[in-house]
Design a protein around this ligand. Structure first.
Ligand SMILES: *Cc1c(COP(=O)(O)O)cnc(C)c1O
Length: 369
């Protein structure tokens, strides 16, 4: 049996009629940049999050533009989790700001005790990343940002629809970003992203940066750039957004099944979700102790079970993220220790009971259970 880590083909087949017709509609209109589909997506995605949304080229651009619009003092520090995808850190450096890495706790999101310790007079902002689909500890992070007068950016690339205390991610900070990379919980058929912000003026500032420095064609008030959500991607996203809640519910059921099937295995640490959080389970990440991660990964692969590593190296383990030009050094021991233990099991609405039973049987076989 082959168990795919992710099955985009199957998802497309299940929506083929709707998606093909949406794409044909764009082709027939020849309205490829801007237009009705982009406007519709910005409205519906904004409504989904409970804020305003701007479509941009991808999730990395979204971060870069959001930070630029915040106008932080040049050379100031941004606190970034050590355990995240590189884009979160790139966006800081590309805005001529410095990264200070913050360690993660048992939930793999920012450790708020470490965050508190690392706030300094040079800190201008915190970037909270809702990693693997679970909201970061927003209760503490919002409190710290407010009491130290710091701006708060939320990287929601892995957490479309996740909630903390009933509140949607993307509505806690000054500004938030999403990615619609094909493998995300809500994915386009190529690169796409969004910036979400309840402050209409700040979102307009982002739109101006992303549209060559002006809100109207051939008006340039600043040095801008080009980063747009295109109409074909918006058309695909308009179809898929209608299914997002259903898919997130399916992921939650799969996670609950994994928790049951894999409980009580010595040497395998199951994910921890904070009580006040609803995760959307972008990834189901376990930790494999006793130096066995690579051998269990190979064992599962031999049985057709695809797994992933998110991420093979924590950001501070990369040479470039030790360069003092970009990073103010600070220890992140958990992120470093866990990079050789984490293992992402298959996750997505493509998994049925049979696949889950097969995966858990294989893992138990590995442990001779
Ligand atoms: C995917 C991702 C991004 C970047 O999004 P792209 O659309 O691929 O540019 C940023 N941050 C995190 C945490 C991500 O997972």
């Amino acid at each position: 049996m082959v168990v795919k880590f992710l099955d985009l083909q199957r998802q497309y087949q299940s929506l083929k009629k709707e998606i093909d017709s949406a794409i044909k509609h764009v082709l027939d209109s020849s309205s490829f940049i801007g237009g009705a589909e982009v406007q519709k997506f910005e409205e519906s995605f904004g409504a989904f999050v409970g804020s305003y949304a701007l479509g941009v080229g991808n999730g990395t651009d979204a971060l870069e533009i959001a930070i630029e619009a915040l106008n932080l003092p040049e050379g100031s520090d941004v606190l970034v989790p050590a355990n995240t995808f590189a884009a979160s850190a790139e966006a800081v450096v590309r805005n001529r700001l410095k990264i200070v890495f913050v360690d993660c706790d048992e939930t793999y999101t920012m450790d708020t005790n470490d965050l508190r310790r690392k706030i300094s007079p040079n800190t201008a902002a915190i970037m909270a990343v809702h990693l693997y689909g679970q909201p970061a500890n927003m209760f503490e992070i919002v409190k710290l940002a407010q009491s130290h007068n710091l701006r708060l950016i939320e990287d929601c690339a892995q957490a479309h629809g996740a909630k903390c205390n009933g509140q949607m991610v993307g509505t806690f900070g000054d500004i938030a970003t999403f990615s619609f990379y094909p493998g995300k919980n809500l994915g386009a058929f190529g690169d796409a992203g969004a910036i979400v912000c309840s402050d209409a003026a700040l979102l307009a500032a982002c739109r101006q940066i992303a549209h060559h420095g002006g809100l109207r064609k051939y008006e340039h008030h600043q040095i801008g750039r080009n980063s747009r959500l295109d109409a074909l991607q918006a058309a695909v996203l308009n179809v898929k957004l209608r299914y997002l809640d259903e898919w997130n519910t399916a992921r939650n059921k799969i996670a609950a099944d994994y928790m049951n099937l894999l409980k009580g295995i010595d040497g395998l640490v199951l994910p921890i979700i904070r009580e006040e959080c609803i995760s959307v389970w972008h990834l189901f990440v376990v930790r494999i102790l006793e130096n066995k991660r690579d051998s269990i990964k190979a064992f599962l692969s031999n049985q057709g079970i695809q797994t992933g590593l998110h991420y093979p190296q924590a950001l501070p383990s990369h040479d470039v993220y030790q360069n003092p030009r970009f990073v103010r050094q600070s220890p992140t021991p958990n992120a470093i220790a866990w990079e050789s233990e984490i293992l992402s099991l298959p996750m997505g609405e493509h998994l049925n009971d049979q696949a889950l039973a097969y995966i858990s049987r294989a893992i138990r076989d590995y442990y001779h259970l």
